[in-house]
Design a protein around this ligand. Structure first.
Ligand SMILES: Cc1cc2nc3c(=O)[nH]c(=O)nc-3n(C[C@H](O)[C@H](O)[C@H](O)COP(=O)(O)O)c2cc1C
Length: 422
């Protein structure tokens, strides 16, 4: 049986190991994780979700505090339309995140940035333009446009000097979405360099409705491959969502895919940005502990572990400090839900909001544990310590397991002694 290493992902002139670690915001797909993928010859993603929070934490900037102070007067107002992002700060933070990552890059692979368009930031077009242009300025190898893809997004950076040289890709969940994008984009004479086809088992937001379980990644990939062939369009197709072993990946490669995008298995690596105690929650999760719900204010279904502390929490919206999900009119569905509950429970100090969550605050604090459907299998990918905890993996171990394993097997790590306190 073949191994994933028998295939290569051709990205323009560059030949890569066909493993792409998908973007995981907020800073779950950390620079360290992305850099490991690049070092090993694949593609890693950082994410620009809540980038100012990320640079504050990683590089000791003070963007969040400054924005909070500037809009403090608005905290109790339902109307968040005045809470705007300073585009200069946004550019600076994005450049810092990307530059500092790229400065550490080694090896033959690439580092891309995941830009979710649903982060509308009270000014969807201008903020997205700044996010993409700044990442290109700072030397990112490629940009993957995700969650909420707009048909005209490439055009926002068509004047950038790197527009035709950097890799630009999109994530779609249907042939129709791809067709619409290519049609709208045709004026630019610039095809995407790759298309990630994300199926219903992925982590994060889903490009499906609550009927996600009726869809099947292999069927969508087959449709897209057949259509591209009929149209004589040579765009690498990269399936994502529920590809758990090297053999799962090989099956897609044999269908004609160019690579695979994977994420869940890397959530329990040392390099992943989740706090270590939360990585244990991912290991522990059983199948019945995972749900797809509609609490994301973006309007997309999202998959998460049911015991995520952010579910049902009624924290006051913090758009003055964050505000990444404010739409072009300064609205966020959580703000609406929160105010409804406050009005319905006068005098109650700590209300609960069940239908939506304050995704900015909770993703920032790692209190929404978004995950892929196959998270429940993570416990079978490692060894257990005597105290019952699961041994974290190295990103290299997981990457190489995808690359070299056969027969649907997962290679367990060498057991390590638990660090003991004297
Ligand atoms: C914890 C987590 C966070 C994610 N966050 C994002 C994100 O911010 N943007 C995005 O486009 N996809 C996101 N995804 C989706 C992944 O990039 C990837 O396409 C998908 O999860 C692959 O399926 P797998 O997790 O079954 O391997 C996330 C996935 C996980 C597990």
């Amino acid at each position: 049986m073949k191994r994933l290493d028998d295939f290569r992902l051709q990205m323009g002139q560059q030949e890569l190991v066909p493993i792409v670690i998908g973007g995981m915001g907020v800073d779950i797909s950390s620079s360290d994780l992305a850099l490991q993928a690049a070092r090993l010859g694949g593609v890693g993603h950082i994410s620009d979700a809540m980038v100012k929070t990320v640079t504050d934490r990683r590089y000791k900037t003070k963007y969040v505090k400054a924005k909070q102070a500037m809009y403090q007067y608005n905290v109790n107002s339902e109307d968040k339309s005045a809470v705007k992002f300073d585009l200069g700060d946004l550019a600076e933070a994005t450049r810092m995140h990307v530059e500092r990552t790229m400065a550490r890059k080694q090896g033959p692979g690439m580092v891309f940035i995941n830009c979710m368009e649903k982060l509308t930031m009270n000014g969807p077009k201008e903020t997205l333009r700044v996010r993409m242009a700044s990442a290109l300025d700072a030397g990112i190898d490629g940009i993957t446009l995700a969650a909420g893809l707009h048909l005209g997004s490439f055009a926002l950076i068509e004047d950038h000097p790197r527009f035709r040289h950097a890799k630009l890709g999109i994530i779609v969940s249907s042939l129709r979405a791809l067709q619409l994008f290519l049609k709208k984009n045709s004026r630019l004479n610039r095809l995407p360099d790759y298309v990630v086809v994300e199926g219903p088992l992925a982590g994060g937001h889903l490009g499906f409705g609550m009927d996600w379980a009726q869809y099947d990644l292999a069927t969508i990939v087959a449709e897209i491959l057949a259509w591209l062939k009929a149209e004589q369009l040579d765009i690498p197709v990269i399936p994502a969502g529920g590809i758990f072993t090297g053999s799962d990946a090989v099956r897609f490669m044999e269908m004609g895919a160019s690579g695979v995008q994977v994420a869940t298995r890397f959530t329990v690596t040392q390099e992943c940005g989740l706090p270590d105690d939360i990585k244990q929650e991912y290991f522990k999760a059983n199948e019945e502990d995972i749900e797809v719900n509609e609490i994301s204010p973006t309007g997309y279904p999202m998959r998460m572990i049911k015991s995520s502390p952010g579910i049902g929490d009624g924290i006051r919206p913090n758009c003055e400090a964050y505000g990444y999900l404010l739409d072009a009119n300064g609205k966020c569905a959580y703000v609406t839900s929160y105010n409804r509950e406050v009005a319905a429970h006068p005098g109650v100090r700590r209300i609960s909001v069940m239908d939506k969550t304050c995704l900015c605050t909770h993703m920032r604090n790692f209190d929404i544990w978004t995950c892929g459907q196959l998270t429940w299998r993570l416990k079978d990918t490692t060894v257990r310590h005597a105290d019952g905890s699961y041994q974290l993996l190295s990103a290299e171990h997981v990457f190489k397991d995808y690359q070299f394993s056969t027969d649907d097997k997962v290679q367990l790590p060498e057991p390590q002694a638990l660090a003991t306190t004297p």
